[in-house]
Write a protein that binds this ligand. Structure first.
Ligand code: HGY
Ligand code: MN
Ligand code: MN
Length: 412
């Protein structure tokens, strides 16, 4: 089968999608269910329909663009990723898996290939945690990892519930209907930029992911007493930001001293109240992200953080509340899918590197209901979640070609 990836079309679609953004180019901001996100969704759905795919979306806005196979009852071969982007991000994270997936399907259709198993491109809702505080909202609901009741408790920064926001965005229907059963998908493959430096450093064009790290995120509320920056003497203070500073350094040292380089922890958000130069911080909110490829090691970091918080609370006479937002297990990718991707690489004499994904992805949750694997392409300096995120056109086209071959091998 000779496949032609229309590279120019793919690259121009990546640029067009990047134009749906609430940030100045080259940065991309596309928060789930904002008008910008809805415009981007409409544009993508039109591209899928143009490609002859049947498009549907579920109650939480996951989009499914299906190429019907000759055996409609056979389990489906899925591919896809996300198009939402955190503030001030780049234009490739998630997008390469969505538009590359669409291009892989178009190339297969163009080549005259006809699948037995239907092939489905998925665009998951809210892979980023930006709006509702939890990542992979769409794939968590789809895989049954998050219950509809728990999802209904989620609110955004304005206090709007998920139901209010999704209804306003035009997604009615019951969340109970989002979950798909084990066996619905025969396989799920996600093409994604590496979001790390290894492929570029090793000059290897493709990575095949064998394991996806286990993410956890926590919200921490620290409350002390505020007061006048001049009038309150140091011995009388209960400064919430100084307590937060101890916690931030404690989380860093817990990750650094775990005994493995795979343990990472980040305090990505710090909100200080009242936020005036001459007022002692009385309240601080921290958002904490902890990951590891090993569940036990990750959970030791969480326990250590909780113990440190208790000690700091007693020492500084501040109250510290920790809310665990999510603490997910890692995912092992399926050997059969890894082998299918490796075959496609060998077919094109392309070198590949077996890898771990330190970023989480929708594949982490699709792995709860189907055999999955991920295909990585290099990104310059490993940069991601920043405007200078970049993947070379050759790498994007190569990844799309291998994805197309893999989809054919699994659905034929
Ligand atoms: O944070 C992550 O790992 C993903 O990029 N949302
Ligand atoms: Mn991301
Ligand atoms: Mn991503």
């Amino acid at each position: 089968m000779s496949l032609t990836i229309d590279r120019d079309r793919l690259l121009s679609e990546i640029d067009t999608l990047a134009s749906f953004s609430d940030a100045e180019a080259p940065a991309v901001t596309r928060i789930v269910f904002t008008p910008t996100d809805l415009q981007a969704r409409a544009w993508i759905k039109a591209r899928c329909e143009e490609a002859g795919l049947t498009v549907r979306q579920d109650a939480v806005g996951n989009i499914f663009a299906r190429w019907n196979g000759s055996e409609p009852a056979a389990p489906v071969v899925g591919t896809g990723s996300h198009i939402d982007a955190i503030p001030n991000a780049g234009k490739y994270d998630g997008v390469v898996g969505v538009l590359g997936g669409l291009e892989a399907i178009r190339a297969l259709r163009q080549s005259g290939f006809r699948p037995k198993h239907s092939v489905e491109l998925l665009i998951f809702t809210s892979e980023e945690p930006t709006r509702f505080g939890i990542g992979c909202l769409g794939s968590r609901l789809l895989s049954g990892t998050l219950s509809p009741d728990a999802a209904r408790k989620l609110t955004d920064n304005d206090g709007a519930t998920l139901d209010e926001v999704r209804h306003r965005a035009g997604f009615g229907g019951e969340l109970e209907k989002v979950k798909l059963p084990i066996g619905y998908y025969q396989a799920f493959i996600e093409l994604h930029i590496e979001q790390g430096p290894l492929l570029e450093r090793r000059q290897i064009p493709l990575g095949i992911v064998a394991k996806i790290a286990a993410p956890a995120s926590l919200r921490v509320l620290i409350e002390g007493s505020g007061g006048h920056a001049g009038g309150v003497l140091m011995p009388d203070r209960r400064d919430a930001l100084c307590a937060a500073a101890e916690l931030i350094l404690a989380i860093e040292s817990a990750a650094r001293s775990s005994g493995a380089v795979d343990t990472v922890a980040t305090v990505g958000m710090c909100e200080v109240f009242p936020g005036a130069v001459n007022s002692i911080p009385s309240r601080v909110r921290l958002s904490v992200d902890i990951r590891d490829t090993d569940l036990q090691r990750r959970d030791v970091v969480i326990r250590t953080f909780e113990a440190t918080s208790k000690a700091v609370s007693a020492k500084r006479q501040v109250s510290i509340q920790i809310e665990l937002l999510n603490a997910d297990a890692p995912a092992d990718c399926a050997p059969a899918i890894i082998e299918a991707i490796s075959q496609s690489c060998r077919q094109h004499e392309l070198n590949f590197l077996p890898m771990v994904s330190r970023a989480y992805h929708d594949s982490l949750f699709m792995a709860r209901i189907a055999p999955v694997a991920m295909l990585f392409i290099p990104c310059r300096n490993g940069y991601s979640h920043r405007p200078d995120e970049y993947s070379h056109p050759d790498d994007i086209a190569r990844g799309t070609l291998v994805l197309a071959e893999t989809l054919a091998a699994l659905s034929g």
